[in-house]
Write a new protein. Structure first.
Length: 669
């Protein structure tokens, strides 16, 4: 606790005052004693009684503090003093259960979903094999730091502490000088981060380059902005944050800096010059400014979800404890090292590197994790520390550990060839029913839409401008700027109609040359109050495809059902309520199966039966695109069937079958 009048007292009085506060409970008695015993006025006595704890701290009772203080004064840590004072950490009695119940409620939705998946998996294992005696969990953390890393870590921690202390001092200083800001006595975590970011940025707004005064910094005028939008990147680290004026933050919106500002050459040049002056320790933050929304989508899953994975590992250990099993953990770097030692990487890879493009790498990791018991892990860590302490020329990677039994690699190879990867089919009625923006239609021309005249305008779009006069004006304007849209349409430069007064901000361009008949098949019209169609919207996602067979000809065909149509079926919009999947296609036809994205199917191929997952439903070309069930990326063309093999009739002629798996990957149909 901090006392507003504390500094006015000498050391002896400070010590005695602490004893008074510990023994006197009522403020009225305390004030009276302070006035008479300390010879101070009543106002000071009242201030001495007003205690404000620093955020994140809680208090103990006077009785508990009296018990703890002697042991703390002896140099014991808080956790040791608790035990010595008789406040040992309670060990919760755990009721052993035969199956996992519902997981605890966690605020993080990703972690919550993972716990529900864990419950399904463990309960399925119990149903198949019985309760496990041992459960091993891989934790998403590095192995113990070496000396160099540890020193760097301590250095960074000390720098952070110094920066936070400076932030506290400045915050209090501003609060005292500017009472109208109504700042609390202690800065929040957000306020401390604001100050550190402000220092990093040379005390300027990163987007406008306008200076930020210290008194403005802690006001509502200044925001902390995520460089890469948090909703897209899930990156809440310090390196993904900057301070800026609230107006600049609103303009940037849910965009990356390069997406939001690169259309304005002058502003983008100013931003890049500012970040290039940052010290080298902020390189990763500077790099984020050049990432587009597309780049965020391409980021490796493990990097973007690492914090969630760490949290999941921690919560999962406590959740699984109720099974009464012996739960042990190992760390990711240990798994990687052992996998290399036992030569398991090249089971599904052409070299000795882990192949994340094949989902079966998880099965290999599971085998390794199962083999790392306490003795193994303790021995490994002990060797690593000993080698470092002795500064040995032998590296930990030079140490050889044999597999727990001969033939492990060969047995695992056989099992990997038998594994069928289970994917989650997308059967829910979720996603957009239609696209957010629509197009117009001009008879004899086709579908049209409007685009802005800004830095993103493409010169190739000139010929698509519908209005001849507008096309000529825009073309002449671009020619005056060497056909550079970023210069021609930068801020402050106007393009005017022939009247010389009216600015041209948007132009109509042709989307596609089509007719009304084709348009009605691919899009639906939005009508105004008079019942006239004024724009056309494309349908949203496809929900599923219904494969039917002509009973006379034996020809197979596919009925591709949009999410909107599925929604109309179940809600009874424009029709009677009916099931989402129609299993009665009418006279002369037989229902065969319905497929969703992510469904597991198999087809006859040269060499036997091959398993695939449904990757894309292509209604325009009447195709169902399949990808190997083991594939975890979408770029390898050899993992998909050709267009000729992807038609509904070709797949059914290859004896395509739909399969279902349970939670532990066993085929159930």
């Amino acid at each position: 606790a901090v006392y507003s009048e504390w500094d006015s007292l000498n050391g002896e009085k400070q010590g005695a005052l602490v004893e008074d506060l510990l023994t006197i409970q009522k403020k009225s008695v305390l004030k009276k004693r302070l006035v008479t015993h300390w010879d101070i006025d009543k106002r000071t006595a009242v201030n001495l009684c007003m205690l404000e704890f620093e955020p994140g701290h809680s208090n103990h009772s006077a009785k508990a503090i009296n018990k703890l203080l002697p042991y703390l004064n002896q140099g014991q840590r808080y956790d040791e003093a608790r035990v010595s004072a008789g406040y040992d950490y309670e060990v919760k009695d755990i009721s052993i259960v035969e199956r996992l119940g519902l997981p605890p409620e966690i605020a993080n939705p990703i972690v919550q979903k993972a716990l529900h998946e864990l419950r399904r998996l463990i309960n399925a294992i119990i149903a198949e094999y019985g309760k496990p005696d041992v459960i091993r969990i891989e934790m998403a953390r590095d192995l113990e730091m070496n000396t160099k890393k540890y020193k760097a870590f301590i250095k960074q921690q000390n720098a952070n502490t110094a920066a936070n202390n400076a932030a506290i001092d400045k915050y209090r200083e501003i609060g005292a000088k500017n009472p109208h800001l109504q700042l609390g006595k202690y800065p929040s975590k957000s306020d401390k981060i604001k100050y550190r970011l402000w220092e990093d940025q040379d005390k300027r707004c990163i987007y406008s380059n306008k200076p930020i005064s210290l008194s403005t910094l802690f006001s509502a005028e200044i925001d902390i902005d995520h460089i890469l939008p948090y909703s897209e990147s899930l990156d809440d680290s310090y390196m993904n944050k900057v301070v800026c004026y609230a107006g600049e933050n609103r303009y940037k919106g849910q965009n990356t800096p390069i997406d939001a500002f690169s259309g304005n050459n002058e502003k983008w040049e100013q931003i890049t010059q500012s970040i290039n002056r940052w010290h080298k320790g902020l390189k990763s933050k500077r790099d984020r400014f050049y990432q587009t929304a597309v780049d965020i989508q391409k980021r490796d899953f493990i990097n973007s979800q690492l914090n969630d994975t760490r949290y999941i590992s921690k919560v999962a250990k406590g959740y699984l404890a109720q099974l009464g099993a012996d739960i042990t953990t190992c760390k990711g770097s240990t798994t990687s090292w052992v996998r290399h030692q036992w030569g398991l990487n090249n089971l599904i890879s052409e070299d000795d590197q882990k192949n994340r493009n094949d989902h079966r790498h998880h099965a290999i990791d599971a085998v390794v994790i199962a083999c790392i018991d306490r003795v193994f892990y303790k021995t490994l860590v002990g060797l690593a520390k000993d080698l470092e302490r002795r500064q040995s020329v032998i590296n930990i990677k030079d140490i050889v550990f044999d597999p727990p039994w001969d033939g492990l690699r060969d047995e695992l190879k056989v099992r990997l060839d038998e594994i069928v990867i289970a994917h989650a089919p997308q059967r829910k009625l979720s996603g957009a029913l239609h696209e957010a923006t629509g197009v117009g239609y001009i008879d004899g021309i086709g579908t049209v839409y409007r685009i802005n005249l800004d830095g993103k305008f493409k010169v190739a779009q000139l010929k698509k401008i519908i209005d001849n006069d507008v096309r000529e004006i825009v073309s002449d304007h671009l020619a005056g700027y060497d056909k550079n849209p970023k210069l021609a349409f930068s801020e402050g430069i106007k393009v005017l109609h022939k009247d010389g007064r009216t600015p041209i901000k948007r132009v109509r361009v042709i989307q596609s040359k089509t007719n009304l008949n084709k348009l009605e098949k691919g899009k639906f019209g939005v009508v105004d109050r008079a019942g006239k169609i004024f724009k056309w919207l494309a349908y949203g996602n496809l929900h599923h495809v219904e494969i039917i067979k002509n009973t006379e000809s034996g020809v197979y065909s596919g009925q591709f059902i949009t999410t909107m149509k599925a929604h109309h079926r179940i809600k009874g919009i424009g029709m009677l309520k009916q099931p989402i999947i129609q299993t009665n296609p009418g006279a002369g036809y037989e229902f065969v199966m319905a497929l969703h994205i992510g469904d597991l199917v198999s087809v006859d191929r040269e060499g036997g039966r091959c398993f695939y997952r449904v990757q894309v439903l292509d209604s325009a070309n009447k195709r169902i695109k399949l990808r190997l069930h083991t594939a975890s990326i979408l770029s390898n063309s050899h993992e998909t069937l050709s267009d000729r093999e992807s038609t509904v009739s070709a797949l059914m002629n290859a004896n395509m079958q739909l399969h279902k798996t349970n939670s532990i990957g066993k085929l159930v149909s």
